[in-house]
Design a protein around this ligand. Structure first.
Ligand code: NAD
Ligand code: UDP
Length: 320
């Protein structure tokens, strides 16, 4: 049994990670300011003596005892991270310094949840970890992209100061517990299809993404944290690439929806193509995704359908 802290543990990916860590018998401390996370995501653990939660903003320092830190705290969806870009930068820069400082003080191993966004609108395809990226430093995504790039720089430099800091670059991930209104493509299309509302395709729908189901991703995070040695960075994502138009067709068919497709303007700096090269994860972690897109989408649709029928309201974010 280990003492494990999960920053962002009330959020989408973090809460699935917490479920698995507790099921493995570890002590888990969730640190989250509930900006985009929700108590509902850990309510089922409140009676578990191995579970603890602190409402805390990581932009402020934190003193706790822990052996491992999964550092996930940061809004991940463009509508959330652009809500207060300076706060996003502070979370990534000051928050990551605080978490690396804590790791240094208590001798904990830290895993940084970085992102495929560090590759920007990539000019190399698929993206291998050796690619430095093509990022607009002053664009609308820069608070997040550049924030995560400096977070990586911090992890590497604290690493040189003796902290066992590991970096994963997470590609688009989906699954149950995504927020209805986080503006991401899977959640938007599933809600729109289930409600019979128009499916909003930004641009002509030819842009591509590669979607990883959350259980596969969580397995990858744990493999990286528990590997004997692997500083990374390591890409974690599903290498099966689909266009946004194709994704809309799949979701329409799986939901038997009659929603119409509508075209909307393509957001500025929207990456044209994105697919991870996961050879490093395969070689060093023996990790690869197992859940096929249709299977993962079915599970996601079931979860959204249940929550919509139960009358769950979209999160009012920005209160954290
Ligand atoms: P999420 O928004 O659901 O979860 C983020 C969590 O961090 C929330 O619970 C939020 O309340 C918390 N948080 C935000 N700022 C905080 C702060 N200053 N102090 C304390 N807590 C704070 O997002 P997610 O999809 O679960 O993403 C988790 C991590 O994975 C993020 O670091 C994100 O950048 C990374 N990531 C996610 C994806 C994806 O497709 N979901 C892709 C790449 C990288
Ligand atoms: N997208 C879309 N309709 C939507 C939401 C998103 O066509 O309702 C597109 C978006 O322009 C992008 C892709 O889907 O090309 C993935 O968007 P998301 O915000 O999920 O992830 P990211 O762009 O951060 O990879």
């Amino acid at each position: 049994m280990a003492r494990i802290m999960v920053t962002g543990g009330a959020g989408f990916i973090g809460s699935h990670l917490v479920d698995v860590l507790l099921a493995e018998g570890h002590e888990v401390l969730v640190v989250d300011n509930l900006f985009t996370g929700s108590r509902a995501n850990f309510r089922h653990h409140l009676t578990n003596p191995n579970f603890e939660y602190i409402r805390h903003d990581i932009v402020q320092p934190l003193m706790v005892e822990t052996d491992y830190i999964y550092h996930l705290a940061c809004p991940a969806s463009p509508v959330h991270y652009q809500h207060n870009p300076v706060k996003t930068i502070k979370t990534n820069v000051v928050g990551t310094i605080n978490m690396l400082g804590l790791a240094k003080r208590v001798g904990a191993r830290l895993l940084l949840a970085s992102t495929s966004e560090v590759y920007g609108d990539p000019q190399v395809h698929p993206q291998h970890e050796s690619y430095w990226g093509h990022v607009n430093p002053i664009g609308p995504r820069s608070c997040y992209d550049e924030g995560k790039r400096i977070a990586e720089t911090l992890a590497v430099n604290y690493g040189a100061n003796g902290v066992d800091a590991r970096i994963v670059r997470i590609f688009n991930t989906y699954g149950p517990r995504m927020l209805f209104n986080d503006g991401r493509v899977v959640s938007n299309f599933v809600v729109q299809a289930l409600k019979g509302e128009p499916i909003t395709i930004y641009g002509d729908g030819s842009q591509t993404r590669s979607f990883c189901f959350v259980s596969d991703l969580v397995r990858g995070l744990i493999s990286m944290m528990t590997a004997n040695s692997c500083a990374g960075p390591v890409n974690l994502g599903n290498p099966v690439e689909v266009s946004i138009a194709e994704l809309s067709e799949r979701i329409l068919s799986l939901t038997n929806s009659r929603s119409q497709l509508v075209r909307m303007p393509l957001p500025q700096d929207d990456p044209t193509r994105r697919r991870p090269d996961i050879s490093r994860a395969r070689d060093q972690l023996r990790w690869e995704p197992k859940v096929a897109l249709d299977e993962g989408l079915q599970e996601t649709i079931r979860d959204f359908d249940l929550r919509l029928r139960a009358g769950e309201q979209p999160l009012e974010f920005g209160v954290g």
